[in-house]
Design a protein around this ligand. Structure first.
Ligand code: C5P
Length: 240
């Protein structure tokens, strides 16, 4: 079954406070985007990879992808521009996938050390079940509902909560139809102020079923400078 992977890398990364978009920040001498691309093209199957990047970064992204491609060049790569919100960036990526893609994985460039096994686990489970599949981790903190004045209202039951990661996988037709339906709704009504923050949410609003598989601590997302330091620690541990 043909596999499509969309890596969204078009965010500005304001919370990181770097002098460039987050995906182009370096971790252990390679950009976050290089790490993510390197893992995808190492997967032991052919596929199509679409990189979604900020305007003006397409040439640089293509260079990164070319350098990462193994000699047998089993991955087809294209680069497109992102949108204002993450889900708009995903849409642009889906539009660039060719006919014949059966399973699609959407991955954040901001999760540069996500192991190849997580990509395989998610893709295999999509193909086995036909459902949306997302990697999930148990919640370790105690979670509170807090009002706008900062007063604690209640404690959430963390046994029924999960912290979810990417890659998130779907049958291609399901994810494409869900995004099209969301776009039609946005155009008919006012642009929503409850933008979906992941693809599972887009598919669930469309009525699709989404299930979890185990995530991985290494799929941790880079948001602030502390996250980069944590991932640097993981890289150093690998070298030791
Ligand atoms: O900001 P955050 O880390 O939650 O973004 C998750 C991923 O979505 C990042 O890899 C980011 O580059 C991407 N993104 C995007 N287009 C946007 C916003 C975020 O591709 N407009």
């Amino acid at each position: 079954a043909a596999l499509g992977v969309v890596i969204v890398a078009a965010g500005r990364g304001e919370r990181l406070g770097a002098d460039r978009p987050k995906a182009f920040v370096e971790l252990g001498g390679r950009t976050l985007l290089e790490h993510a691309v390197g893992t995808v093209v190492s997967l032991d199957r052919p596929g199509q990879l679409v990189l979604v990047v900020p305007e003006g970064r397409a040439a640089e992204a293509l260079e990164i992808a070319d350098a990462a491609l193994p000699a047998e060049r089993s991955w087809q790569i294209s680069v497109v521009n992102g949108g204002r919100e993450r889900h708009e960036s995903v849409r642009n990526g889906l539009d660039a996938l060719r006919d014949g893609i059966e399973t699609v994985l959407v991955h954040d460039a901001a999760r540069p050390l996500t192991p190849a096994e997580v990509f395989e686990r998610v893709a295999e489970e999509v193909q086995r079940t036909g459902d949306g599949i997302i990697p999930a981790m148990p919640v370790v903190d105690t979670l509170k509902r807090v009002d706008i004045a900062g007063r604690v209202r209640s404690t959430a039951d963390r046994r029924i909560l999960a912290a979810v990661q990417t890659p998130q996988g779907f049958p291609f037709e399901v994810l494409a139809a869900a995004h099209e339906s969301a776009q039609a709704r946005e155009e008919a009504v006012a642009p929503s102020n409850d933008a979906p923050t992941d693809d599972a949410e887009v598919v669930q609003r469309f009525g699709g079923t989404v299930r979890t598989v185990p995530g991985d601590a290494r799929a941790h997302k880079v948001t602030t400078p502390v996250d980069l330091l944590m991932l640097q620690g993981l890289l150093l541990a690998d070298e030791a």
